[in-house]
Structure formats: C-alpha cells, structure tokens
Write a protein that binds this ligand. Structure first.
Ligand code: GDP
Ligand code: IMO
Ligand code: MG
Length: 427
C-alpha cells in the first residue's frame, strides 16, 4: 500500500482533526509527521468536543494504530497531560499508540527561548504559540538536540543538563527570568511516564505496515502557507508542513505516497502575525469570525478572517500535488448574500498576477470576483445534490480554477456534518 496524506492548504486550522477522525475507519494507521504541540486539532462526535495537540486524530477509533513520527517535536509534559485527559474515554492507549524514538524532545528551556526570542522581536514577532517549536527544530538542525530514544541512555541526565546549560546562557543574554526547578521536575516525571508506551523506530514500523498491505494516513499539522520553505517566511512555523515533510518525517520514499487530500476552509483564517492578502478589517470579517467561532484551539487567540484566496490555494495545491480537495466550514458562509473570491493580486506597480510574489508583505491588492451567496441554513442537507445551487456553483468555481475535484464539503463541526460529493479514494 501507499501512504495517503491529509494536509492543510492555508494557514492552519482548516479542520484537519475533524476529517482525520472522519476518515480513520478507512485507515489501519494514522501518523503525525511534523510539528508538535503548536497544533490543536478539534474532533466532535456524540456530543463530545476534544482538542488533540500531539496525539494523532485516529486515537478515538479503536481499530486504528496511531504513530507519532520522527519529524515531530515532542513535549513530554504536554504528552502526559493529553493522555491523562484521554483516560476518561477508555481507549487502549498503550496498544494503539507508538512513538518514534527519533522524535526530537522539546525541553522546558526551548519554551523559554521561544518566549525570549519573540519578546526581543517586538513588532516583528511571529506570533508563535510559544510551545518551543522553533528553538527545538533549531537544535535539531544544529545537531545539538535530544531525541526520545535518548531517555534510555544511562547518561541522559548529563546530556539534558548540558543542553539546558547552553540554553540558560542564551536566556541570560536576553535577561529572561525563569525558575527552572519546577520545570525540570515536571519534565522528568513525564520522562518516566512515557516509558510505559511503545517507543519504536517508526520508519521500520511504517514500512513494515505498508509491506503488509496496511493503509496509512499521514496527518499534517499547521498549513502549507506556514511551511518553512514555501510559506510566508519569516512568519511561518519551523517544519515542512507540505507533502515533502511526509517522506522525511516518517521515513517513507516518495514513490510510496498515494493520495494527497488537501483541506481548506471556504474562506481564510490566520492566527498569529504575518501577511494575509484577503484579510477583512471590517464588519464582514467580524461576522465571519463570530459565525465560524474563529478562536485558536491551542492558544485561544482570535483568528484573523478573510475571503478565499485562489492564487494561494493553487500554489498550495501545486506544492503538495493535491489529488482531492475537501472544503470545510461551508456553513459559515450561510450568512452572506454575496461572497467574494480573490482570483488575482494587483501588485504595487499595477501589474495583475495570479502567482504569489516573493514578499507578500509588500502591499498587494486582492482582485475579487463577487458571487451570489446561498444565504440560507444548510441544516438538514444530507447530500451534495440537496445543496443550494449557489453553493454548488461556488464549489464548481473552485474546481475549475484549481483543477482538482472537491470530494467532501463539511457543513458543521460534528463528524456527521460531512457531505461526500464524490467517494474518497484511498491509497
Ligand atoms: P485543525 O487544526 O485543522 O484540526 O482545525 P482546528 O480544530 O484548530 O479548527 C477548526 C475548527 O472548526 C474546530 O473548532 C472545528 O470543530 C470546527 N469545524 C470543523 N469543520 C467545521 C465545519 O464544517 N463547520 C463549522 N462550523 N465548524 C467546523
Ligand atoms: P494546526 O495544526 C494555526 C502559527 C502560529 C504562528 C506561527 C509560528 O492546529 O492547524 P510556532 O508556534 O509554530 O512557532 O508558530 O504558526 N501556527 C498555527 N496556526 N494552526 C496551527 O496548527 C498552528 N501552528 C502554528 O500562530 O503564527
Ligand atoms: Mg488547529
């Protein structure tokens, strides 16, 4: 079998958690390949709402194995808390969860460094989730990081202390105040806790699964426009959120990639700083935010809102090789009589383009096409056929512009509020 990928095509929070949970019965295995606790993936079913940060979103499906891959940066303290929160659901976590021994560890000082660096940036701050993501990936690339497998070595404490000492020297330069003792204590409690779980060489595990004809779904975190190479740099996260990240984050060869599901909201949101060409600063944006309940799953921050950006969507589809599109939160646009879609950008010098310029921080003016909204509730709609014509036309417009079919339209946060337009093909 091949690994299918589900990833966000915008700035994150597209609804990945909901759809991975929805698709999980089709998959024997779900694997996270990058990011860490900066992610907040919301799942809703049977009246329960649950937000996952590092645990893959297949965890609520009893027959699905969940793997945290080597490309992930793992905060063990948050991991322990997440698993304790899951205890009430009677899941067999020890059987259904495997963690890569090569996953990099987020140390308490990585979180402090994140805060110190952000503070020093002032107005140019990235709006990081302050979970220590950037500093941990920095140590990985600098070849100074610690990996989960290191906790088994007899001199782990020495290695830990040495890296902490390096971080403290930097924190002192930033005059950053901290009290390390409680943080160290919580860290080592979490180290003991994680030892009861399966700590594996995930590259062998996943390739063995594929060779045994098992299905695997790779669950992306963040979104393509936050990718370290292809996003709105420097206002990005520190990992490859795009399809390429699956090969390096799970240890699978490019030829083993199957379907690439690209997921996007019917409009756009962004949390944190950085350019956002279609951002709305008026009442329309506020209405979108209220209707979509656009507040961060990880930090609770208000998400910035704006119309759908087709040049950015086409770019993300190109970079990822998306084969199927899923459109989320269509119901949020119910309130509008007219909907705008950005088809092009007008640059500073008046040129009109349909490609992302090098620096989208330079003022660019979105060129909009206005379409008629459906302006009615979608509750009770059970098939794509039953959808209002204006919504069908909106989907058609996107398919024509992007050249990839929209196979799912999501009309609410619950598992059941998922309309399948075309059967989703697996692997
Ligand atoms: P993720 O990070 O991509 O998993 O997305 P988040 O969970 O951070 O944010 C998506 C939010 O939208 C969550 O609160 C979901 O419950 C909610 N959601 C998902 N799909 C839909 C939908 O179709 N309609 C509405 N109204 N909410 C949705
Ligand atoms: P999910 O998986 C939305 C944003 C932060 C910040 C930038 C860098 O839930 O879609 P970081 O903490 O990674 O150094 O922050 O990236 N960001 C997200 N925005 N959804 C996420 O994850 C995000 N993870 C990081 O707001 O602008
Ligand atoms: Mg999220």
């Amino acid at each position: 079998m091949k690994v299918d990928i589900l990833l966000g095509l915008q700035w994150g929070d597209e609804g990945k958690g909901k759809i991975v949970d929805y698709l999980a019965p089709k998959y024997e295995n779900v694997a996270r390949f990058q990011g860490g606790p900066n992610a907040g993936h919301t799942l809703e079913f049977d009246g329960i709402k649950h937000v996952l940060h590092q645990i893959p979103s297949g965890i609520f499906r009893a027959s699905t194995q969940n793997i945290i891959g080597n490309g992930v940066v793992l905060d063990l303290v948050i991991f322990k808390k997440e698993l304790e929160d899951l205890a009430q659901f009677n899941l067999d976590l020890k059987a259904n969860l495997q963690i890569a021994e090569k996953a990099q560890l987020i140390l308490p000082t990585h979180r402090l460094l994140d805060a110190a660096y952000e503070k020093a940036k002032g107005d140019r701050k990235i709006g990081s989730t302050l979970k220590g993501i950037g500093p941990t990936y920095q140590d990985k690339i600098a070849r100074t990081g610690l990996r989960l497998g290191d906790i088994k070595s007899s001199n782990f404490k020495e290695k830990y202390d040495a890296l902490i000492a390096k971080h403290c020297a930097i924190l002192d330069q930033y005059n950053f105040e901290y009290d390390l003792a409680p943080l160290n204590k919580a860290f080592f409690e979490a180290v003991e806790y994680v030892k009861q779980f399966k700590i594996v060489d995930s590259a062998y595990v996943i390739n063995d699964m594929l060779n045994a004809d098992q299905t695997v779904l790779a669950e992306g975190a963040q979104g393509s426009l936050l990718d370290i190479d292809f996003g709105s740099y420097p206002f990005v996260t520190s990992s490859n959120t795009t399809a390429a990240g699956v090969c390096s984050g799970l240890g699978v060869a490019p030829a083993r990639i199957g379907e690439v599901y690209g997921i996007f909201k019917a409009y756009c949101t962004r949390v944190g700083s950085g350019p956002f060409p279609t951002e709305l600063f008026d009442d329309t944006g506020v209405r979108m935010q209220t209707e979509g309940n656009e507040f961060g799953s990880t930090t609770g921050r208000a998400r910035r809102c704006g119309w759908l950006d087709l040049p950015a969507l086409k770019y993300a589809v190109m970079i990822n090789g998306v084969t199927q599109l899923f459109m989320m939160k269509a119901d949020v646009l119910n309130i509008f009589e007219e909907i705008q879609v950005c088809t092009n950008y007008e640059l500073n010098d008046g040129t009109v383009v349909d490609r992302l310029p090098f620096d989208i921080e330079d003022p660019i003016k979105p060129v909009y096409k206005t379409v008629k909204g459906w302006n009615r509730s979608l509750s009770g709609v059970e098939s794509f056929e039953d959808m209002p014509q204006e919504l069908k036309d909106y989907v058609k417009l996107i398919e024509n512009e992007v050249g990839v079919p929209v196979n799912i339209v999501s009309v609410g946060p619950d598992r059941t509020e998922t309309i399948v337009k075309n059967e989703v093909t697996v692997g």
